[in-house]
Ligand binder design. Structure first.
Ligand code: COI
Length: 347
């Protein structure tokens, strides 16, 4: 692999702190192009501008997908990744859905490992900070006909980050706009899914909510996701989360929490969660906790969910399921405990 290093590193141990999540980027990026029906040689080069023309296919038709991953520093300064093969696999599922070429898993991971070795100093050392990794691919042909592109560019950039959500999380049930419809692209990490969510999310923020609860596109009766995360509830001594479908992202944090909970004797039921039954279960005291799960936020407790005129408040405390699972998960991710699942990969 060709590697062109920066002449002068921009690394500064503090410059990224207290900045917007993901707005300071490490020195290098990994780039590989797809053309003439095959992947070319990958290269690492200084993070910087990419040349594009106004006819760039992805700007017009949105063939663009991404992943979210993190690299963590362990107690002995090791660099860890968490289930990176799962991100590579999900990336290729997104690619298939968006009619884009799959990238060989080895190429994805090799580029990532080389990049992390080179930019290792950018991985924050303190607990709850990490290096966020953003692999993405976009259509890079230059033509306007509404056909799939025949050239693509895959890039990995990274950025040191702190917590995604700071403070309380109050969300509102979205009963008008739809994030993902049955048969749509909701289960893929397609850029457009996120772009389309900004307007409803902004409206919710104007009304004092941090995020939205997305509901099914048919009748807005069933809970699907929370903001950019999967969602879990505590019902007595079990967890409940909506089952995967073509409108729900198959979260790697979601899958890990289900396995982790079951490992600790907490059953996790995957069932459709109707809004009316949520309100009743909350009223009767059967549902006491709610939290979101995703790579960027890890586990984010939800303080309240507003549905129509009702505000359902949830417990957020240190001995709740959310905090217990978050601690267990992060202990594995940061190498503070044994990893019985084989999820932690040393780079
Ligand atoms: C992640 O959790 O990694 C996501 O993809 C959310 C992102 C949009 C910040």
């Amino acid at each position: 692999m060709k590697v062109e290093k920066v002449k002068q590193s921009r690394w500064n141990k503090d410059s990224w702190r207290n900045t917007e999540f993901g707005s300071v980027f490490s020195d290098h990026m990994f780039v590989v192009k797809y053309k003439d029906g095959q992947w070319q040689k990958g290269e690492i080069k200084p993070y910087g501008t990419i040349n594009i023309l106004p006819s760039l296919h992805s700007l017009h038709y949105g063939q663009s997908i991404f992943e979210g991953m993190k690299a963590y520093k362990g107690p002995k300064d090791e660099t860890f990744l968490f289930r990176p093969d799962q991100n590579a696999k999900r990336f290729n599922k997104s690619a298939a859905r968006m009619c884009m070429p799959e990238i060989p898993e080895d190429l994805f991971l090799e580029g990532l490992y080389e990049l992390l070795k080179l930019d290792e100093k950018w991985i924050p050392k303190e607990a709850s900070s990490a290096l966020y990794i953003r692999p993405f691919m976009f259509a890079s042909s230059n033509f306007i006909k509404a056909n799939p592109s025949d050239e693509y560019t895959f890039i990995i950039i990274t950025c040191p980050v702190q917590a995604y959500y700071k403070g309380e999380v109050h969300v509102k049930v979205e009963s008008n706009f739809t994030r993902a419809a049955a048969g749509g692209t909701g289960a893929a990490k397609a850029a457009g899914n996120y772009g389309a969510s900004f307007y409803p999310a902004k409206k919710a923020q104007e009304n004092g909510f941090q995020q939205l609860i997305w509901t099914d596109g048919n009748h807005h009766q069933f809970i699907e996701e929370s903001g950019t995360m999967n969602i879990f509830f505590r019902r007595k001594n079990e967890l409940v989360t909506p089952p995967l479908s073509d409108s729900i992202l198959p979260g790697i944090t979601r899958d890990s929490l289900i396995k982790l909970a079951e490992h600790h004797g907490i059953p996790c039921v995957q069932e459709k969660i109707g809004l009316e039954s949520l309100v009743l279960a909350h009223k009767s005291g059967n549902i006491t906790e709610a939290f979101g799960a995703g790579t960027a936020a890890t586990v984010a407790s939800i303080n309240s969910i507003t549905y129509k005129e009702e505000k359902l408040s949830f417990e957020v405390n240190d001995d709740g399921f959310a905090n217990k699972l978050k601690t267990e998960l992060q202990d594995i991710q940061y190498g503070r405990t044994e990893d019985p699942f084989g999820w932690r990969i040393t780079v």
